[in-house]
Write a protein that binds this ligand. Structure first.
Ligand code: TYM
Length: 327
């Protein structure tokens, strides 16, 4: 079976966007690939984050993976910093990436504009992400559309490395889900629903309680055409239709037909309900798992051991290829 790799970074609580754009497709693909999923805690250090918050988010994201149905018997699930090879291969990636190509990453450019103090780590983010992917001979990387450019730079680095040093890495391809690759904010549907949004009403967190979910959807911005149709002119309505279709596992045109003749009020309340139906059992499971940190730590250790076995082989091969003496 081909290998699939993906991760989320614990800078904040996971959102409905993370669930629909990433975790949901991981679940769908879990039976068809050798899957490896990580909590990318080292990536969180690229921004200023409180250490207690980072710890809590890391446990919680790991618990969320399990609560959503990622199965440690089928897949390798671990924390990035528990496998030292990530940081080591990232250095090799840094040395094989041009300053100019890394400077072109839109996420870096956006974040650089918003933050005064930008770390070298933020600049090197895509090279660490490339190391994550390439350590495991990955063929497929399921991500939301915002991460596509990072998977593309990873391909470029891997191809260049292979032609300079000989075949070493499998060339990975991004997998972008056809529905829900970019869930938008509820208050501002022109921008991505994001963990780091200042406006809490823009974002549904996986752990939001049912009433909060209802309240946030009630306040969601719709449009003025008074028609429930998926189209560019109706970003708010289209976003709600996308969320509803994803939660119900149906195509968007089927969701449109379902809402034919109904009003915006119903669109909001039924979409809220569809989200509650999916997230509420997940939230309960997260709470259960968070009450048992020793279990989570044991699962983390098991995952890291399995991941290290693969990663250390790849790293040794890479070190040999570039001419580092192995003793
Ligand atoms: P992160 O934590 O920002 O996002 C995790 C995943 O969620 C997707 N996503 C969305 N999808 C749809 N709509 C949205 N509003 C939305 N917001 C986020 C992201 O595209 C992503 O797939 N760099 C990665 C973490 C990472 C990684 C990796 C991913 C580290 N190493 C290796 C893949 C392979 C990130 O920023 O995740």
């Amino acid at each position: 079976m081909d290998t699939l790799y993906s991760a989320t970074k614990p800078t904040n609580k996971l959102t409905l966007g993370n669930y629909i754009g990433a975790i949901k497709s991981w679940l769908d693909m879990q039976n068809n690939y050798d899957c490896i999923f990580a909590v990318a805690d080292l990536h969180s250090l690229t921004v200023n984050i409180d250490r207690n918050e980072l710890k809590e988010n890391t446990y919680k994201q790991f618990a969320t993976f399990l609560a959503c149905g990622l199965d440690p018997d089928k897949s390798i699930i671990y924390c990035q910093s528990h496998v030292r090879e990530h940081a080591e291969l990232a250095w090799i990636m840094n040395c094989n990436t041009y300053f100019g190509e890394a400077s072109r990453m839109t996420q870096f450019k956006d974040k650089k504009q918003k933050n005064v103090n930008v770390s070298v780590g933020l600049f090197a983010y895509p090279m660490l992400m490339s190391a994550d992917i390439l350590l495991f001979n990955t063929s497929v990387v399921p991500v939301g559309i915002d991460q596509k450019q990072h998977v593309e730079i990873c391909r470029d680095i891997a191809e260049r490395f292979n032609s300079k040093y000989g075949e070493t890495f499998t060339i990975p391809a991004p997998f972008i889900p056809s529905t829900g690759y970019k869930i938008m904010g509820l208050q501002d549907p022109t921008k991505k629903m994001s963990k780091s949004d200042d406006n809490e009403n823009d974002v549904i967190y996986i752990e939001d309680d049912d009433n909060t979910i209802r309240r946030k959807f009630k306040r969601a911005v719709t449009d003025s055409l008074n028609r429930i149709k998926y189209c560019d002119e109706q970003k708010g309505v289209s976003n709600l239709l996308t969320i509803y279709a994803s939660m119900k596992n149906i195509p968007i045109d089927e969701a449109e037909r379902f809402f034919e003749g109904k009003g915006y009020g119903e669109l909001k309340s039924l979409t809220a309900q569809s989200v509650i139906d999916v997230l509420s059992p997940i939230r309960n499971k997260i709470n259960e798992l968070m009450a048992n940190k020793p279990y989570l730590e044991e699962m983390m250790r098991c995952g890291a051991e399995r991941a290290s076995r693969i990663a250390s082989k790849t790293l040794s091969k890479v070190y040999r290829r570039v001419g580092l003496v192995q003793v």
